[in-house]
Design a protein around this ligand. Structure first.
Ligand code: GDP
Ligand code: MN
Length: 392
């Protein structure tokens, strides 16, 4: 789960990380009022969408008067911002953050990520802040420094000092940098985040370090015990199909292929996607209907998968243990009847009550393509998609 920049900054403030004075607003009149309230002579107006690269896309602009702030806010609000992360369709800006502008002397990057190789949170820092850190990592990896954190003792002062010296944060900046790194780490741990970063962490004109942009990502499996974080979820920023699926107890992730997948179990869903790819096809989604999938749940799975107009064939792959193939078959028939489904359906059933399931499918008048195993199912789904494409 992702949250907005202004929400991240609110969290970080409570952990002693300095951020510029500012507030989020929904219209240009509020923008002017907030600019007046926070004072100063220069402000930045920042589009709040779940994406980086807003600066380059025109989503971060400075104004030198209250009128300018109002005009910029009016400009940015309601526009579709296209960044390297949003895709060509862009993302609608519904709120902007108004902040006092700072005179930047230098920009740094500080982040905490989970390193899968060491299975530990790793502090990452660079003096090449502001821009895309992925680009720095690609072109000049020697300018990025890392410190692996032992979970038993947490982030220690000496590690912060080591990293600070490497990126050149010395003198009066050093104690500030240590406080910020430790605050960021505590904020990450306390809230079950999987990633936390400040980019840029800037030296501003009075020799202070200030977090000008910040981002955090949270573990979806832990939000149940972090109500304060769950509340920050912005459904406008999420794929509506994924939101609906969560409501039905389905685990759905949209992808960009054309073979829709309805599978039970995350492992089998992954294997099904692999098999489709192996046969030269592309999955349109990941969908795990879970154990004990009732006919209603299966019908909901169809509804969600078919909301994606790119889907040309659906592959149903069920290995029933807790599930029952007869329930799944009943759900399939129910969906075929209620939803007027016209795309070809490839079905592979195995496990509990498989004979009953097959009987239900065969007893209907729908032209299911029955597969005997996973490999056969993937091959048939891909062949079906290709024949549809060549016919058009
Ligand atoms: P991102 O492009 O989505 O990562 O958004 P950022 O918040 O990082 O903004 C992009 C760039 O705008 C930063 O790297 C800064 O150079 C600049 N910027 C952001 N806030 C300020 C500010 O208060 N003053 C000035 N002068 N520049 C800022
Ligand atoms: Mn940034």
């Amino acid at each position: 789960m992702n949250i907005h920049e202004y929400q991240t900054k609110d969290l970080l403030k409570h952990y002693g990380v300095p951020v510029p004075p500012g507030r989020v607003v929904h219209n240009d009149a509020q923008a002017a009022t907030v600019a007046e309230e926070i004072g100063g002579s220069r402000w930045v107006v920042k589009a709040q969408i779940h994406s980086g690269g807003r600066g380059k896309a025109g989503g971060v602009k400075a104004g030198n008067s209250i009128d300018e702030v109002r005009a910029i806010a009016d400009d940015i609000l309601g526009c579709l911002l296209v960044t390297h992360q949003t895709g060509p369709e862009g993302r609608l800006v519904r709120r902007v953050l108004i902040e006092q502008a700072s005179n930047i002397e230098r920009e740094y990057y500080i982040g905490l990520v989970i390193d899968r190789a060491t299975r530990r949170i790793t502090l990452v820092a660079s003096a090449e802040g502001g821009m895309d850190i992925e680009e720095v990592a690609r072109n000049t990896p020697e300018r990025i420094f890392r410190e692996v954190i032992d979970p038993a003792v947490g982030l220690l002062d000496f590690q912060c000092r080591k990293i600070a010296y490497k990126v050149g944060l010395k003198g009066t900046l050093l104690p500030q940098a240590i406080k910020i790194m430790k605050g960021l780490y505590r904020c990450m741990r306390d809230n079950d985040a999987t990633m936390a970063e400040i980019n840029p962490l800037a030296i501003v004109d009075n020799g202070q370090l200030l977090a000008l942009d910040a981002k955090m990502t949270f573990d979806d499996n832990a939000t149940y015990r972090r109500p304060a974080i769950s509340e920050l979820r912005d459904f406008d920023e999420e794929d509506p199909k994924e939101v609906e699926a969560t409501g039905h107890g389905l685990n759905y992730i949209a992808l960009d292929g054309d073979v829709g997948c309805i599978v039970n179990g995350a492992g089998l869903a992954m294997a099904t996607m692999d098999a489709i790819t192996l046969h030269g096809g592309r999955p349109a989604n990941f969908l795990d209907v879970g154990g004990g999938a009732t006919p209603e749940k299966v019908a909901n799975a169809f509804r969600i998968v078919l909301q994606d107009p790119a889907v040309k064939t659906i592959l149903i792959n069920i290995f029933a243990g807790i599930n029952r193939c007869d329930w799944i078959a009943t759900g399939i028939i129910q969906a075929m009847r209620d939803q007027n489904i016209t795309v070809p359906i490839v079905v592979r059933l195995a496990g509990t009550n498989v004979e009953e399931g097959r009987t239900i499918l065969n007893g209907s008048s729908f032209p299911f393509i029955i597969a005997s195993n996973l490999n056969d199912a993937a091959a048939k789904a891909v062949t079906t998609v290709k024949s549809i494409v060549t016919h058009i």
